[in-house]
Design a protein around this ligand. Sequence first.
Ligand code: NAP
Length: 318
Amino acid sequence: MKLSRREIVKLGAGAGASLAFGWHPDLTQSQDIVLKAIPSTGEKIAPIGIGTARNRFSTGADPAEIAERKRTLAAFTEMGGSVLDTAPTYGTAEVLCGNLIQEIGNRDKYFIATKISLGRRARQGGDLKQAGIDQMTESLRRFGTDVIDLMQVHNLGDTENQLASIREWKQEGRIRYTGITTSSTRQYEAFERVMRNEELDFVQLDYSLDGRLAEERLLPLAADRGMAVMVNLPLRRGRVFRRLGDRPLPGWAAELNCKTMAQVTLKFIISHPSVTVAIPGTYKMDYLNDNFGAAFAPLPDAAMRKTMADWYDALPEG
Ligand SMILES: NC(=O)c1ccc[n+]([C@@H]2O[C@H](COP(=O)([O-])OP(=O)(O)OC[C@H]3O[C@@H](n4cnc5c(N)ncnc54)[C@H](OP(=O)(O)O)[C@@H]3O)[C@@H](O)[C@H]2O)c1
């Protein structure tokens, strides 16, 4: 499904918003945003979201940086984006994003994804059920909301028990979607077992031009099981750019309407049929304009995807 420019403008405040936030109105002038459906409900979302790890969303940053984060979070939904992924353990990211979204007043335009992140505690034992509930309660409070869109068990920490709590909250209407995450190929086997044994709305995993192991089993399985896929580490924390260096865009990039290497790599990811949304770490307007530019048609077909993967594999290691 695609949105026309008129529909995109209706989603936001239109030209006024572009002037106020400094996003590029040309992103929407001649192109269509691609929307992807969440299999369990059919709800459609833009295929590029925002990731908030890597300590770029810190309450302790200087006021100019915080103002830039706020501009970015406001402009994102004006462009037609909605998915924001965070976690209680990303430094103060959940706190800052919660505060800024409340200040902007655009909670209803956001699809907020966060996590139960027990980390080492999951192996140490104790009252893990209560620890998970405490984190979920705190997440609601931080966003000043009654509903979190997606609650994920972070890195398979105490998965079964935490999923049980998430499902209880879903029943009560405090969570809309359930999920699990990983970003480590070492967890793929265990991740696959959970995917086979549990009913899940979303799985979040790492996938990029620079790391395509998920193509072998997890991405096809997600399609079979009717699970949406959120892709983390789409830029391999910047490694993709180090490998690409400052070489010019390949000739075929123009066919995809890609103006930058970030758009090439993000379009590769979101064009996988199993992928619903990619969440590049995006904390400033330059990155937002760049990354969200990948949300617009056309996307590569299977033959072009092969060309892209072969091209990347032939590059010297970064
Ligand atoms: N297990 C899990 O659940 C898990 C694990 C990892 C990540 N995640 C989620 O996935 C999200 C994405 O991962 P990530 O943020 O770690 O890594 P990433 O998205 O692969 O890379 C983000 C980094 O790439 C650079 N960047 C972003 N846009 C750019 C652009 N247009 N041009 C040039 N450089 C650009 C920035 O580097 P600089 O900071 O140097 O500017 C940014 O911090 C996270 O934020 C988090 O929400 C989840």
